[in-house]
Ligand binder design. Structure first.
Ligand SMILES: [Zn+2]
Length: 175
């Protein structure tokens, strides 16, 4: 079984020097290419097929490892945001649910940059929040409200699973 080396962004094809992150199977490598997580940087013939022997991530991996993400296709919904965040408030860390024992812990989805100020309903601008934190934050940024985020909201499409772990790529924040 051929092994494919996966390098962080910055692999130099001339010197073949790069940050080796891990190895994976050819099958998984093709999936990463299809998902635009990585590009092939070395190819070989395997039987009558051209297969990659080394990949380079399309975005630099920060080293953060996140469990529970990396499904091939994660449909965007408020429920999916809660599932990504493990039904925990991104501000206070308490468990939230749709039918909590206490109203304060009702699961809501917070726009980190408020929608009233142009914040988008996107993976990276939404976070699970308890009703109490969401009300307290109101139409403010976390900085303005003095409520730092405990999590780093990410796009599950930019994550992949390796050895029971999930590697995720940092999302580019629009300037
Ligand atoms: Zn909270």
């Amino acid at each position: 079984m051929a092994v494919v080396r996966v390098y962080n962004l910055g692999y130099d094809p001339e010197t073949r020097i790069g940050e080796l992150l891990h190895t994976t199977t050819v099958r998984h490598a093709f999936g990463m290419i299809r998902r635009e997580v990585a590009d092939p940087v070395e190819l070989t013939m395997l039987g009558d097929r051209i297969v990659p022997t080394a990949l380079e991530l399309t975005r630099e991996l920060s080293g953060a490892w996140v469990e529970g993400a990396g499904q091939r296709s994660v449909g965007f919904s408020y429920r999916a945001v809660h599932e990504r965040d493990h039904w925990s408030c991104g501000y206070c860390g308490r468990s939230v649910s749709k039918s909590p024992a206490r109203e304060a812990l009702l699961a809501t989805v917070d726009h980190i940059l408020p929608s009233s100020r142009g914040g988008l309903s996107s993976w990276t601008n939404l976070v699970s929040a308890c009703k109490e934190c969401n009300n307290r934050k109101a139409d403010r940024t976390p900085e303005e409200a003095g409520m730092p985020l405990r999590v780093d909201p990410y796009d599950p499409a930019l994550a992949y699973r390796v050895g029971g772990f999930v590697e995720r790529l940092p999302v580019l924040v629009p300037a």
